[in-house]
Design a protein around this ligand. Structure first.
Ligand code: FAD
Ligand code: DHB
Length: 394
């Protein structure tokens, strides 16, 4: 088989990249390890920055998102019994974020990609192995239905997440990896209940962090900071709701509507960056190159700038014969990556309980008190939360 761009991974990064390329007449083949149903069912991101929402529109898959997504102007921080609103729109010249689940976004992308003549998707691939990308002869070897198969292509996009095959294929001497693992995880619960509040609530509490999010007016997503040794089977729905109430101010907890969980899972928290993001004709995109702790809702939104830069650079290569943007991809993408890594680390560090030492909590409360008393403090949260701009020279 032959194509222009071989894409490993059919998550949001691979699917959206393929669409952006196709609309410029560029062909691609996507290799996905799982089935479509499996990928669509993964409960992950819920908050899209304007940059990601604009990319969906550019990829002509934004129609349902614009109809069903909820636009939010602000978020609420609670700490020390206080409830403080960050009016993001007022602090950023009108910028908003959109509540639209990754499950829905992935469905919309698959509907478009599977109907697109420029894109082929091969599901349930095994043993994907990119080779030749350092010698200008990129190939993707893989097994499908027990059959060894090969794709030759001009470029490979590694969109296969943190545990994927693309980063693993890079010689260790060519890559530097930066990593921090946090001493806690997030226990998430999805329920068919109305959200406790019309905006998201990020709660700093001496028992640990909690987050009240949503997917719609009738579906809620809640998270609790839990220890790394916690097991999902030890968390009945009742225990989850009881703990959540304890971490929210009383008047908010009083409004919480509880119900049976649809999904419950524990995710570890990690900061990770691989540098560079280009190796010859192989480019890393999204979670394959970087992971942030979820506190700032940045993971998918960070993949968005990678998709934007790489699609723009590949379109310039194919349609204008220019390679300068491909040459600048890694450096440009990494600049925004590190900015989001910093914000996600910082927001995590002021909102979570790291240890039993009471001075840590007191210092967090002093920092939050200061931030809330200062327009500059609130603005720094707002600007980062709505998303830093993409590089205008791309
Ligand atoms: P992935 O979604 O991981 O997709 C990679 C794809 O590659 C997968 O489909 C996988 O099956 C496939 N694959 C892997 N290995 C191979 C292989 N060897 N061969 C073939 N295919 C392979 N981000 C936000 O922006 N906002 C949020 O609110 C937010 N909340 C989150 C909450 C939680 C609990 C979690 C866990 C994450 C959250 N994120 C959030 C992060 C976001 O979900 C990820 O950043 C996003 O999924 C990255 O997309 P991706 O396509 O790069 O990678
Ligand atoms: C969600 C996840 C986040 O990490 C976050 O900061 C906000 C919302 C969510 O899943 O809804």
């Amino acid at each position: 088989m032959q194509t222009q761009v071989g894409i490993i991974g059919g998550g949001p990064s691979g699917l959206c990249l393929a669409r952006l390329l196709s609309l410029a007449g560029i062909r691609s083949i996507i290799l996905e390890r799982q089935t479509r149903e499996y990928v669509e069912a993964r409960i992950r991101a819920g908050i899209l920055e304007q940059g990601m929402a604009d990319l969906m529109r550019r990829a002509k898959v934004g129609e349902r998102m614009d109809k069903e997504g909820l636009l939010h102007d602000g978020i609420v921080l609670t700490f020390d019994g206080r409830e403080e609103r960050i009016d993001m729109a007022a602090l950023t010249g009108g910028k908003q974020v959109m509540v639209y689940g990754q499950t829905e976004l992935t469905k919309d992308l698959y509907d478009a990609v599977l109907a697109d003549d420029n894109i082929t998707v091969i599901f349930e691939t095994r043993d994907v192995h990119p080779t030749g990308f350092l010698d200008g002869r990129p190939q993707l070897d893989f097994v499908k239905d027990g059959q060894q198969t090969r794709i030759t292509c001009d470029y490979i996009a590694g969109c296969d997440g943190y545990h994927g095959a693309s980063r693993a294929a890079v010689p260790r001497t060519m890559i530097t990896e930066y990593e921090r693992i946090y001493p806690f995880g997030w226990l998430g619960l999805l329920s068919e209940t109305p959200p406790v509040h019309e905006e998201l609530i990020y709660a700093n509490h001496k028992r640990g962090f909690a987050l009240c999010s949503m997917r719609s007016h009738t579906r809620s997503r809640y998270y609790l900071q839990v220890g790394l040794d916690e097991k999902i089977e030890d968390w009945s729905d009742e225990r989850f709701w009881d703990e959540l109430k304890k971490r929210l101010p009383e008047h908010i907890a009083a409004n919480l509507v509880t119900g049976p969980s649809i999904e419950k899972s524990i995710a570890p928290l990690r900061s990770f960056v691989a540098e560079p993001m280009r190796f010859g004709n192989l480019f890393l995109v999204g979670d394959a190159a970087h992971i942030v702790p979820p506190t700032g809702a940045k993971g998918l939104n960070l993949a968005a700038s990678d998709m934007y830069y790489l699609s723009t650079a590949l379109i310039a290569h194919y349609n204008e014969g220019r390679d300068d943007l491909l040459d600048r991809y890694s450096e440009t993408a990494l600049r925004r990556v590190w900015a989001a890594v910093r914000f996600s680390w910082w927001f995590t560090s002021i909102m979570h309980k790291f240890n039993e030492d009471p001075i840590e909590h007191k210092i967090q409360l002093a920092e939050l008190d200061y931030l809330m008393s200062s327009t500059a403090g609130k603005t720094t949260i707002a600007e980062n939360y709505v998303g830093l701009p993409f590089d205008p020279t791309f």
